[in-house]
Design a protein around this ligand. Structure first.
Ligand SMILES: [Zn+2]
Length: 355
């Protein structure tokens, strides 16, 4: 039987996903399971190197890898991707690992995709759904863009490490998951107004992750490993929903465009998930939905719900609302062809993001 590649869906998912206390110790077993041998290249930052990077190197060497070299990175830029690729070629790496909160994972993801090598994601914080997805955020010529890459072959999320990270990261991760609600509403909207493909299964999975986080908002607390476990599973699930959809539609809509606009406009942007959470409150208002529920859940978790809590001046919130629709013009959302200044101010005031 011949497969029509246009109608068939190619869903790339991680093969081994480990979530739990102390799972980092099992990294050698994961490599054996995946037949990963030879030279490992660990992509990490200066802080995350001490938290987990060094340990990963030692564990890999004692598990029988020929060598485990480390490359330290500072920013997720195009130049840094090239630096990682050069290092991988120099040490003849056979697989890469991204050990960190986001940047290192994005860099390892993109470099390994270009080199056609497998990569393992080892998050040290749970602040966004890039830990298990096939998308990577990268800064190209000063502009933050989302690039298509491969999904990790394995995700090793040690909740002992993740729950010890500043709570702000986990709360941001919750914002990134809750944003699925408006992302899916935007997707449905685009399906009705633009006849865009809509995947009911991916949408249901995406909504479910957001529902779980909202329903458990009371119990998501700092230093609780059960909280870290819950959020990590929802973030992994987001990666799966995007793979099933074949796009980031189930997890990225107008609220993400607002966050990307803030990244461009605000002098000191907040965390991606924090901005997406605040964006979800406002976009839910525009959709005529229960924005109060979103706001309450974020508040209970301890994620920002106002411009002040984001550490961003009100004027940048308005400016980002005005520019959000132009961030990704091909992605049709509730923002349509853009808000006018009075509508932008109204949504921000009514939802108490600014006062
Ligand atoms: Zn996101």
């Amino acid at each position: 039987m011949t497969i029509n590649k246009n109608s068939a869906k190619w869903m790339q998912l991680p093969r081994d996903v480990l979530v739990g206390h102390g799972v980092l110790e099992e990294i050698g077993d994961v490599c054996r399971d995946l037949k990963l041998k030879g030279n490992a290249l660990i992509v990490t930052g200066s802080t995350t190197k001490n938290i987990a990077g060094k340990r990963v190197g030692n564990l890999l060497e004692s598990a029988g890898c020929c060598s485990a070299e480390t490359v330290l990175t500072c920013k997720a830029t195009k130049e840094e991707v090239e630096k990682v690729m050069e290092k991988a070629l120099e040490v003849e790496a056979t697989f890469l690992l991204g050990v960190g909160s986001g940047r290192s994972i994005d860099l390892a993801k993109l470099a390994s995709t270009r080199l056609e090598l497998p990569f393992i994601s080892v998050p040290t914080a749970a602040s966004h759904d890039g830990i298990a997805s096939s998308r990577a955020s990268i800064v190209d010529n000063g502009i933050s863009t989302s690039a298509q890459a491969q999904a990790p072959i394995a995700v090793i999320a040690d909740t002992e490490i993740i729950s010890a990270a500043p709570f702000r990261f986990l709360a941001a991760g919750c914002g990134d998951i809750i944003s699925n609600y408006t992302a899916v509403l935007d997707w449905e909207f685009a399906s009705r107004l633009r006849n865009e493909y809509f995947g009911a299964y991916a949408a249901a999975l995406s909504r479910m992750a957001a529902r779980v986080i909202i329903d458990c908002a009371d119990s998501i607390k700092p230093e609780h490993e059960t909280s870290a476990r819950l959020v990590v599973k929802a973030l992994v699930s987001n990666g799966v929903a995007m793979s099933i959809a074949g796009s980031s539609r189930p997890a990225s809509g107008s609220e993400h465009m607002f966050s990307h606009a803030l990244d461009k406009i605000a002098p000191k942007p907040a965390l991606h998930g924090e901005q997406c959470g605040v964006g979800t409150i406002m976009m839910m208002y525009l959709h005529g939905g229960n924005w109060q529920e979103i706001r309450e859940a974020l508040k209970k978790i301890g994620a920002p719900v106002t411009a002040e809590e984001l550490g961003i001046e009100d004027k940048y919130i308005i400016e980002a609302l005005l520019h959000a629709h132009s961030i990704r013009p091909e992605r049709y959302t509730i923002l349509g062809s853009g808000l006018n200044p009075s509508a932008a101010e109204k949504v921000a005031r009514i939802t108490k993001v600014i006062n």
